[in-house]
Design a protein. Structure first.
Length: 278
């Protein structure tokens, strides 16, 4: 275990401790750091850009706690009802998740391009309501559009996760529900959901944490634009560090995001202690 522990200390524990220290300093990432105490955190409390980024994170969280989870539950439940080609469908759903985010983002940038994308192609058959729509260039559409791309890549992972949980539910429970006269909806509501509740609670936790750390698709597609309409706390942290050279202030942002993860994790521990995920 010693080599693995050493790797974790070098790449996780060490940088984490360093980030906590630098969050209390004025540091440009190169020269010597100067201790400033809580100055970075006082600045953070009054930083309108960071507050806006957190609001976008909350919107992102709301979208990903509903749409992909609902799609994942539906897809997994439908797959659980079939006997043939289940592995094939599961593989098809999972393929977008294993494709690199850069490739996924590039594909959808082409598809949703306002001049040469799907809108202009549909215009040729007189379906013109998408023609010229700048999904990633409109301040009202940019964040939902990026979330749509991320959801397209992500929901297949949830299908596979939920399907694995559903396959562990005893078939006798479904048979008993059918004897009681319940249909597909009754089976899903009274058997499937209670049977996968631990997995569902876990998914809610990790989706919440990931939503506050979301970075890759936003940065690749819009870099936080247009006009900050898709800025999240993570993209703002990256820009503060590498564009503004304010490493100490960026570290304080990272610490604030880490505290969000801690709060969510503690809430999950409370749920487990109360037995709500059983």
């Amino acid at each position: 275990m010693a080599p693995l522990i050493l790797v974790n200390v070098v790449v996780i524990v060490g940088p984490s401790i360093a980030a906590v220290y630098y969050s209390f300093t004025n540091w440009d990432g190169i020269s010597a750091a100067h201790w400033t105490g809580l100055a970075n955190f006082r600045r953070l409390l009054h930083d309108g850009e960071f507050r806006t980024g957190l609001e976008h994170n909350l919107e992102w969280t709301a979208m990903f706690l509903t749409v992909p989870i609902a799609m994942g539950l539906l897809g997994a439940f439908l797959l659980s009802q079939i006997k043939r080609f289940r592995l094939l469908f599961r593989t098809i759903f999972f393929i977008p998740y294993v494709i690199a985010s850069v490739v996924n983002a590039f594909i959808w940038q082409i598809i949703l391009d306002p001049q040469q994308g799907i809108g202009s192609q549909l215009q040729r058959i007189d379906i013109g309501w998408l023609n010229g729509v700048a999904f990633f260039g409109d301040v009202n559409l940019a964040l939902p559009a990026v979330a749509f791309v991320d959801n397209w890549h992500f929901w297949g992972f949830l299908v596979v996760l939920f399907l694995a949980a559903m396959q562990s539910i005893p078939t006798e429970l479904y048979e008993a529900q059918r004897v009681d006269g319940g249909g597909r909806w009754a089976e899903f509501w009274h058997v499937t959901l209670p049977g996968i509740r631990p997995t569902l609670v876990f998914v809610v936790v990790i989706v919440t944490i990931w939503s506050f750390l979301t970075f890759d698709y936003v940065y690749i597609i819009t870099q936080g634009g247009p006009g900050g309409a898709t800025d999240t706390a993570a993209t703002l942290l990256y820009r503060t560090m590498f564009s503004y050279n304010e490493a100490g202030y960026a570290a304080s942002m990272g610490l604030a995001l880490a505290l969000v993860s801690v709060v969510v994790t503690l809430a999950y521990a409370y749920v487990k202690r109360r037995g709500w995920d059983v």
